[in-house]
Design a protein around this ligand. Structure first.
Ligand code: SD4
Length: 294
């Protein structure tokens, strides 16, 4: 049995379907998660991650991605990667071809090129149009702090489990739309955006990266499960902790979701709704989680 989870309605659907297709063709769990995210990054019609996503305040795409294998906690990540897709595949190369955990910015781009990736322009006509529209918004201060809207989510986080109690996690993002150039969020940070440990399970985060990172949301959720909590209770405990300790976390969605090594899963959000895709051996379901009250 293979179980896959993917965040957010439209980009999550592309990612989970491609991850399952890879799995059916015999890909390993880690390769399936990578291929799922790569498909979403390479889809120019998805305004979400990779090609055609929403850029930073300078109109440039800076991508963050990470991947983690629960068998031995190996992991790889890139942040601030420009002009290369799929960022998730570069993160996997960091994990497999270097002794390091994360490579940043221009050096991540050089590393990708040395590994055979080809630089390209990641802006599409639609992302240029959306950027121009944002630039026309009146006050500079107002513009800077308008984050992505609820419907244009810019991250896909995926978790996977195969029957031998083996878990993996991966995330790819263009970061918050119109972010300050150089800003890095939670998604490429091991423990914040993703975490996977075969002893317990995997967890992922999505939403407001600054708040999720302060909470170390993914590691915290896995550790709650280590203490014996079910996946749903662990996600709620993480979100409640954030609501209590980080009052701003209710202003924008901060989501934790988890997949325990026995197949139990759950999700919780501080704000609005969180749609989560679930695939169990090719049977797909979309579940929507409402914001926690307190
Ligand atoms: C970030 N956590 O860069 C990401 C954004 C996100 O759906 O998850 N959007 O802060």
């Amino acid at each position: 049995m293979t179980t896959l989870l993917a965040s957010w309605r439209d980009p999550g659907k592309v990612a989970i379907e491609a991850a399952w297709a890879a799995r059916e063709e015999g890909a390993s769990l880690v390769a399936s998660l990578e291929q799922g995210l790569a498909a979403a990054e390479l889809d120019p019609n998805l305004v979400a991650i990779g090609l055609g996503a929403l850029p930073n305040a300078d109109g440039e795409l800076e991508l963050d991605a990470s991947i983690m294998d629960g068998c031995d906690l190996s992991a790889g990540a890139v942040c601030g990667l420009r002009g290369i897709v799929p960022a998730i595949s570069v993160a996997r190369r960091v994990m497999e071809a270097t002794p390091h955990l994360m490579i940043a910015g221009e050096q991540a781009r050089r590393f990708a090129i040395s590994q055979g990736f080809h630089p390209r322009n990641l802006m599409t006509a639609e992302s240029v149009r959306r950027y121009d529209e944002w630039l026309k918004m009146p006050a500079e201060a107002e513009r800077r702090y308008v984050h992505s809207t609820e419907e244009s989510h810019d991250t896909v986080t995926v978790l996977g489990l195969e029957s031998e109690r083996h878990v993996a996690a991966a995330s790819s993002t263009s970061g918050l739309a119109w972010k300050m150039p150089g800003r890095v969020g939670d998604s490429p940070i091991i423990g914040a955006g993703i975490y996977a440990d075969d002893e317990i399970g995997a967890a992922g985060a999505t939403g407001w990266g600054e708040e999720l990172w302060k909470a170390m949301a993914s590691f915290r959720t896995v550790e709650f499960m280590r203490q014996g909590m079910g996946a749903q209770a662990a996600c709620e405990a993480t979100v409640r902790h954030m609501l209590r300790r980080q009052p701003h976390s209710r202003d924008m969605a901060c989501v934790a979701f988890a997949l325990r090594a026995d197949g139990d899963f759950g999700a919780a959000t501080t704000h609005a709704e969180f749609p989560l895709w679930i695939c169990r051996d090719g049977s797909f379901e979309l579940r929507v989680f409402e914001a926690l009250k307190s």
